[in-house]
Design a protein around this ligand. Sequence first.
Ligand SMILES: [Zn+2]
Length: 214
Amino acid sequence: MGGPGAADADGGRVEPRGPGIDAARILRESGALLQGHFVLSSGRHSDRYVQMAAPFQRPAVAEVLARGLAAAVRAAGVRPHVVLGPALGAIIPGYELARALGVRSIFCERALDGRFALRRGFTLAPGEPVLVCENTLTTGGSGLEAMAVVRAAGGVVAGVAVYCDRIPDPARVFDVPYVALTRLSFDSWPAEECPLCRAGGSAVKPGSRPAPVE
Ligand SMILES: [Zn+2]
């Protein structure tokens, strides 16, 4: 298990933060770290991508990751009554985190107007502390949207918890406690400066079929 700033096999900076587990190794071994030529959500291009659906295919792996993140949440002094994971990607990660914390689990989803909303009878008590959970965040935008849903429903955002942090400077994005299980940073470039494009390649949106990192 590497220490903070240890380089992983792919040359990316990896900072395991979950007490007792090597989340970066679990992500690598579960096929979450992809190699290819990608357009990231920021619009930048990269030769790496994190597919967080990979580890959550396996309940036993999900349980280990969730316990690690729950321990980090407790260590940060965050005490939610509810975990909220935005649909679709964070429903299962949020549910597993709620189970590890012993609290309720709900999710928000896109309504017809494209905005996140609580549906299916989900409600929050006035002032109820809610932990927003994401599997990965690269810009923080969806986390901020989910926080707005919590506040509009009368809840209090106790914090944001993410399994795989890709945000360069989360303290500038969130005004609540922010807990990450692991942090990965890869090289990325503006599209017009992308060396892979210059070599004649074309970038794909994740969801295609990039090859797992060896
Ligand atoms: Zn490119």
